[in-house]
Design a protein around this ligand. Structure first.
Ligand code: SF4
Ligand code: SF4
Length: 101
């Protein structure tokens, strides 16, 4: 089974990404993991950015993960303004990756 990744843009007017980077962690065994995408850069203020942002969509990130739109993700993330309310909610960072709702 192949896994897919999501990106930091939902393309919905009026909503602003917090650049927390949670949705840019790789999926492992079909779940968000502690492993950040190799293109995710953490900045000094603890926000993140993508170093291939313009060309990110469909980029292979490893053997299983590919960059997709945030709206196409099967997951929601703690505090993310793009959460739908009907997907499992995860907290992901480099220390932990766990389902919180
Ligand atoms: S989880 Fe949400 S707020 Fe955080 S980077 Fe992804 S889209 Fe932006
Ligand atoms: S390529 Fe960029 S937008 Fe896509 S998952 Fe990686 S860091 Fe996030």
């Amino acid at each position: 089974m192949s896994f897919d990744r999501q990106v930091q843009v939902f393309l919905e007017p009026g909503i602003t990404c917090k650049n927390c980077g949670q949705c840019c962690h790789l999926l492992v065994n079909d779940e968000p993991s502690k492993i950040p995408c190799k293109h995710l850069l953490r900045q000094s203020d603890d926000t993140t950015r993508c170093n291939i942002y313009t060309n990110r969509l469909s980029t292979p990130l490893d053997s299983w993960n590919r960059c997709i739109l945030r709206k196409d993700s099967e997951f929601d993330y703690e505090g993310c303004p793009y959460n739908t309310g009907d997907k499992p909610v995860y907290r992901t960072n480099e220390i932990e990756a766990k389902r919180i709702k």
